[in-house]
Design a protein around this ligand. Sequence first.
Ligand SMILES: [Zn+2]
Length: 117
Amino acid sequence: MTNLESVKNKMKKLYCVKCGCEVNLKLGMIPKKCSCGVKFDETDIKKHKNIIGIIIIFIFLMSPPFILVYFSRQAFQNSIILYMCALVMIIVWYRIVETVLIRIGLITMPNIEIRKS
Ligand SMILES: [Zn+2]
């Protein structure tokens, strides 16, 4: 659990580069754009040196929904609705993971500035 705690402590607040407003996270996700109109949709990992490290952390953080789907796959085979729910859950989880990676400074968004809270 210490790993999770340290990730939590590393999370910083996000601010819009253009207007300086704090980015309002919705359910732990970065919204598509700021109230001033700047879009938050480009992530930038090319600048980062430790891409393999990012990918490993990303896979680690993305694994819970996939493990859940794996263990309940029989139920999913019988229900297209459950299957659709799982897909939505994975997309939402992806957005949350992306936000966490930005908040701990592993990936950057050109329009978002990270400051110590
Ligand atoms: Zn803004």
